[in-house]
Design a protein. Structure first.
Length: 229
């Protein structure tokens, strides 16, 4: 990762400075943090990052800092308690966020003075592509949460999220999924024995369950109320 970070002289007065392991881990976190919005790849999944964030793994951190995993765990807890950072953990990865990043780190990175005339336009074009990609990633995350909330069987969320990302449904496909789920909730198969036979959400997604045909009996049940109008 290119660029620079700022180290404040006031750090010499902090407890972080006096603990060599803590200082090593803290400065490593600062150097790992993204200085602008971006996307990190975790397996097949795109993870959006805001300035001051990075994807964290204890084993990788141990290799890069040459600190033991137990020491890193202790340092991480201490920095959380000091409110230097926060960590959000999922079943597949963790994201560390540096608190007050905008206050203490200038996001405008130094540039080479020998910049060619066409580079600014290229940079703006690249930033536009990155912004579009970040927006797309956030939208897919939001759609997955809508799907997860609607699906009646809350099992293996990580596998469901992975299957959802392979599909990357747009709003129209998501609407089709939700409508199919609502119909399936009233079907005999999904109602039988307290929902015992409702497929796991990942299984339903991988099998393209939204394309299943409605049974003749269910079609008749859905039409039946209208016959009284």
């Amino acid at each position: 990762m290119d660029g620079y970070i700022k180290l404040w002289r006031k750090s010499l007065e902090s407890s972080v400075w006096t603990n060599i392991n803590l200082w090593r881990f803290w400065t490593w976190c600062l150097m790992k943090a993204s200085y602008k919005p971006g996307i990190a790849k975790v397996g097949y999944q795109d993870v959006p990052l805001e300035p001051g964030q990075f994807v964290f793994g204890r084993h990788k951190a141990s290799l890069e800092t040459r600190l033991s995993e137990q020491t890193i765990k202790t340092c991480l807890k201490h920095l959380e308690n000091m409110e230097n950072l926060t960590i959000k953990t999922t079943n597949k990865y963790s994201i560390i966020s540096i608190r007050n990043w905008d206050k203490y780190q200038n996001t405008d990175q130094p540039t080479n003075q020998q910049v060619t005339n066409n580079q600014p336009a290229t940079n703006h074009k690249q930033e536009g592509k990155e912004g579009k990609k970040i927006k797309e990633v956030k939208e897919i995350y939001a759609r997955f949460e809508i799907f997860w909330k609607a699906y009646p069987r809350k099992k293996s969320k990580g596998q469901a999220e992975k299957a959802f990302w392979k599909i990357k449904p747009d709003e129209q496909l998501l609407a089709t999924m939700l409508a199919t789920i609502e119909r399936a909730k009233k079907s005999d198969d999904w109602l039988r024995e307290g929902g015992k036979y409702i497929p796991y959400p990942a299984t339903w997604l991988n099998a393209r369950g939204w394309e299943d045909e409605i049974s003749k009996e269910q079609k008749e049940e859905e039409r039946e109320p209208h016959q009284w109008l």
